[in-house]
Design a binder for this molecule. Structure first.
Ligand code: MN
Length: 254
């Protein structure tokens, strides 16, 4: 059985989240579970329980940043408990009056991540790649930043790669020609697979964490490698990320 890595998934948002977690455990899927609001942290931690290959990230999604801005202090407080942060970022497709709050949330969270000695951060950048890069630049040295479902330009991708960013790519992103072209230029030792399930769908069906494996074939085609080699590389990248995270666990945190 091949090992599957889903570096960006919203386990708590599936219609039957406990069933999905059970399946991930049975199938040995490595998953990094995002939260979209800090208030979801406790419930998601309970959901994931002691699953050895699943980790929870604490986040405040840019699409919710404006309406949930009063949860920012909770986000900053909970960031002490885990080395994983997400989902954070900026969303340029959201109403313009939310942009300043989105930026404030992202900036404050990254400042806190610096203070805590570094965090693994999964970042959303829909129609805001340039703005996200501008904000994260000064935090790139102290954190392990993952651009999830990156859809910026080739030159923005080069800038991000030069900053040391990682990338997580999924089947939905790889459906587009542009997405596949971007993958070709990603640094191979900093690429992970993801689903963004259950938000991301293929043919109308929400992706299951195990579907992250499907991204390997498109990546393999872009890199002229075999599926198995890509799958192996992704697992080894994910292990490196795990080592980074373990080194940053706070005393008493999880
Ligand atoms: Mn997401």
């Amino acid at each position: 059985m091949t090992t599957i890595v889903d570096a960006h998934v919203h386990l708590d948002l599936y219609p039957d989240p406990y069933q999905v977690v059970r399946e991930c455990r049975q199938e040995g899927v490595y998953a990094l579970c995002m939260t979209t609001t800090p208030k979801a942290w406790d419930g998601t931690s309970i959901l994931v329980g002691d699953a050895p290959r699943i980790r929870c990230a604490i986040g405040l999604h840019p699409q919710l940043a404006f309406e949930r801005k009063e949860e920012l202090p909770l986000l900053l407080r909970l960031m002490w408990e885990t080395p994983y942060v997400g989902e954070l970022g900026l969303d340029g497709a959201m109403p313009v009056e939310t942009h300043a709050t989105q930026r404030l949330v992202l900036t404050k969270a990254l400042e806190r991540a610096d203070e805590l000695g570094g965090r693994v951060v999964s970042l959303h950048s829909r129609r805001a790649a340039g703005a996200v890069l501008e904000v994260i630049e000064q935090h790139a040295d102290r954190n392990l930043l993952i651009l999830h479902w990156f859809s910026g330009t080739a030159s923005q991708l080069r800038d991000a790669a030069a900053m040391g960013c990682w990338f997580s790519v999924g089947p939905a992103m790889l459906h587009s020609k542009k997405g596949r072209a971007l993958v070709g230029a990603m640094p191979r030792d900093r690429v992970l697979t993801e689903t963004d399930g259950p938000f991301a769908k293929v043919k109308g069906r929400p992706l299951h964490p195990r579907d992250a494996r499907r991204a390997c074939s498109s990546i393999a085609a872009a890199w002229d490698m075999s599926d198995a080699e890509v799958a192996q590389l992704v697992v080894s990248n994910f292990r490196r990320l795990g080592e980074y995270a373990v080194d940053r666990r706070t005393e008493g945190g999880s």
